[in-house]
Design a protein around this ligand. Structure first.
Ligand SMILES: [Zn+2]
Length: 282
């Protein structure tokens, strides 16, 4: 795959959200804004435009430094990699991704991810014994480690969290443990964790979280939880699964920095309640 194609295919917004942990808010026309720049932390604003008129791939821009560009430019700035390594990573990311370049198309399409990460999951799971202490500190029991086949990737020094759909692993996110700026590295296109419980008629109460660790913590406490795996995905998630969600009592557990107006349409639904993670103490 050539690099121009790869720049179009990687979901820039998902990539920036999942690697930096920043929260973006839609401001219309395919543009998403974070109040803090992930690179320089300025509060002047930071935009991601998925549909720019002057480019055939998504662009980002920091309003303090004036810097911006493609996903490659972002990786160069944020992670300080050299151009060769950054290019390689973007092509790799595009190869593992089947999401079409336009977000609008993505939310409407029912296209399923055909890639199966089961054997990678097994490989990482076989290393999990080295990380038992880490899981213990985070309050995750051996029972859940075995249930989801949580694991460890020594190449990235990251905890691996597989996402299943049916009996297939459709996506793996890695929580990187090195103390660098990059927090997550994804294999495949982000998909909701534990989505299969939506179809379970016995399950009445469902928590919706952003991150997988929050969903796992809730499960340790005896609740059922789905993780959307990205803040900007909450809206998309509700649109896509609204019929199934109508049948449930839904509890949304989000970080304190998620604004109410971002999910105001969701909150109008009578079966939905919202909690902040700080009040849940997870
Ligand atoms: Zn900046």
């Amino acid at each position: 795959m050539d690099i121009d194609r790869a720049k179009q295919e990687v979901d820039l917004l998902n990539y920036i959200e999942s690697t930096t942990g920043k929260t973006f808010k839609s401001v219309g026309n395919g543009t998403y804004r974070a109040s803090n720049c992930p690179i320089c932390d300025s509060t002047n604003g930071f935009n991601v435009n998925l549909n720019p008129s002057n480019s055939n791939y998504p662009l980002w821009k920091c309003f303090k430094s004036g810097k911006g560009g493609s996903i490659i430019d972002f990786i160069l700035e944020y992670e300080g990699l050299d151009i060769k390594t950054a290019t390689k990573r973007v092509i790799e990311l595009a190869g593992g991704s089947i999401e079409p370049m336009k977000r609008e198309q993505t939310s409407n399409s029912k296209k399923s991810n055909n890639k199966d990460y089961s054997s990678l999951t097994e490989k990482y799971y076989s290393n999990v014994d080295d990380m038992i202490d880490y899981f213990k500190v985070r309050g995750i029991s051996k029972k859940l480690i075995d249930k989801y086949k949580l694991g460890y990737d020594s190449k990235y020094n990251g905890i691996t969290l597989p996402v299943y759909k049916g009996d297939k692993v459709v996506f793996i996110t890695k929580r990187l443990l090195d103390n660098n700026k990059m927090k997550y590295y994804n294999e495949g296109s982000p998909a909701p964790f534990n989505i299969d419980i939506l179809a379970d008629k016995e399950v009445k109460d469902i928590f919706i979280t952003e991150g997988i660790f929050d969903a796992l913590s809730l499960e340790e406490l005896g609740y059922k939880a789905i993780a959307t795996n990205s803040t900007s995905n909450i809206d998309k998630f509700f649109k896509e699964y609204k019929d199934q969600l109508k049948e449930k009592n839904v509890f949304i557990a989000v970080d304190n920095d998620v604004s109410n107006d971002k999910i105001k349409d969701i909150l109008k639904l009578s079966n939905v309640n919202m909690f902040f993670n700080s009040s849940l103490n997870i």
